[in-house]
Design a protein around this ligand. Structure first.
Ligand code: PLP
Length: 394
């Protein structure tokens, strides 16, 4: 039986062309890009070519791309980097409660060190109101950080409007674009972003490599101290194979984005339309149209998501109950709770994220097996609840 992988928001399979492009940089072209002899210079040239490609994907200049170990580091770098470089100006940060933990945790870290953070509300589809941002700005605000698209429910935020507000008030604006770069057009000028986080493994590149876009003139404290790599902003010998793979993934994304985006949106809509025809009491989470082309997030009232996922795996179907980083954590998703779901509803929510290998027949198969799987999971959920109730009264 075919495996059906529907967890592309967690990670994507590395494209074979990406792997092929990386291989020489583990062997014949292994040089350290900081050395001056030919081995090193060959690696340097390839690193700079990759940097150019990444910059052109987001309409940036290559000097504005700083390589990181991925999205988490890019987010940490942006938030702590702005905070430490601008604390003489103010100590206030604006964000939302539905950001990825890679944004929320550095914010919490800074709160313990004298910074103040406003977590703006979002509506029940996950949208931030730019007017709320305007109202939250104080003369101490140094940073606004709002994600481009939410990794759990797929809602795409009104980033251009927020970028304009930040620019008018002279406040640095960061957006976590980990779920959008390589999937939908991202233009740092149109978005008005000063800082933008990218991760290669979310669009068929290798894991452990990403970048922070830093608009020229943005004041940012260096993140890792050591050598002079990345102009002293992020020390450490470059991950050359990773960077080359990142560049190749960008090249492929540029060629395929328009076609793939249309194809995935069609499959997503077919999936969303088919679900209530097969299953009663199902509710779509996130925005119906301002949504990533590959995201389907639903609440199934009767069954626990972990039990549905367990049963789906027996059919070789792989999905998620929230973000990958928290799927081993029994706590309900912070994003779904913020959107107004009860803890029980959040624990009964599933995320399916489609990708390059997903076909129409995969979607048909998932729609066909889901009612049976949900039936089984519902019986299991009731049994477990009964057992828990009995153990409580004994
Ligand atoms: N930001 C968002 C929105 C994400 O979805 C993720 C990963 O799931 C990250 C940041 C972290 O990226 P990485 O896995 O490259 O550290």
């Amino acid at each position: 039986m075919n495996r059906i992988y529907l967890d592309h928001a967690a990670t994507t399979p590395t494209h074979p062309e990406v792997v092929k492009a990386m291989l020489p940089y583990f062997s014949s072209a292994f040089g350290n890009p900081s050395t001056l002899y030919s081995y090193g210079q060959e690696a340097r040239k390839a690193v700079e070519e990759a940097r150019n490609k990444i910059a052109s994907l987001i309409n940036a200049q290559s000097e504005e791309i700083v390589f990181t170990s991925g999205g988490t580091e890019a987010d940490n770098f942006a938030i702590k980097g702005v905070a430490y470089a601008n604390e003489h100006k103010g100590n206030h940060i604006i964000t939302t409660p539905i950001e990825h933990h890679a944004v929320l945790e550095p914010c919490k870290f800074l709160e313990k060190r004298g910074f103040s953070v406003t977590y703006l509300p979002v509506d029940n589809q996950g949208l931030v109101d730019p007017q709320d941002i305007k109202n939250a700005i104080t003369d101490k605000t140094i940073l606004i950080s709002i994600m481009h698209a939410n990794n759990e429910v797929g809602t795409i935020e009104p980033i251009s409007a927020i970028g304009k507000i930040a620019k008018d008030r002279g406040i640095i604006f960061h957006t976590d674009a980990v779920q959008t770069v390589g999937h939908i057009p991202v233009d740092v000028d149109k978005l008005g972003a000063d800082l933008l986080s990218i991760s290669a493994h979310k669009f068929y590149g290798p894991k452990g490599i990403g970048a922070l876009y830093v608009r020229k003139g943005t004041k940012l404290a260096p993140f890792i101290h050591g050598g002079e790599q990345e102009k002293g902003q992020r020390a450490g010998t470059e991950n050359t194979p990773g960077i080359i793979g990142f560049g190749k993934a960008v090249e492929i994304a540029m060629q395929e984005m328009t076609k793939e985006r249309t194809r995935l949106s069609h499959l997503r809509d077919k999936f969303i339309k088919g679900l209530p025809e097969q299953i009663e009491q199902i509710q779509l989470n996130g925005h119906p149209t301002k949504r990533l082309p590959n995201n389907v997030n639903v609440t199934i009232d009767s069954a626990r998501a972990d039990l549905v996922l367990l049963n789906l795996e027996t059919e070789w179907i792989y999905a998620s109950s929230g973000s990958a980083c928290s799927s081993s954590n029994p706590e309900p998703s912070h994003v779904l709770l913020t959107l107004g779901l009860s803890p029980e509803q959040a624990r009964s929510s599933l995320r399916f994220t489609l990708g390059r290998e997903t076909t129409e027949s995969d979607i048909e198969r998932v729609l066909e097996v889901l009612p049976r799987i949900i039936g089984k999971a519902t019986v299991m959920s009731e049994l477990l609840e009964g057992l828990a109730r009995r153990s409580r009264c004994c």
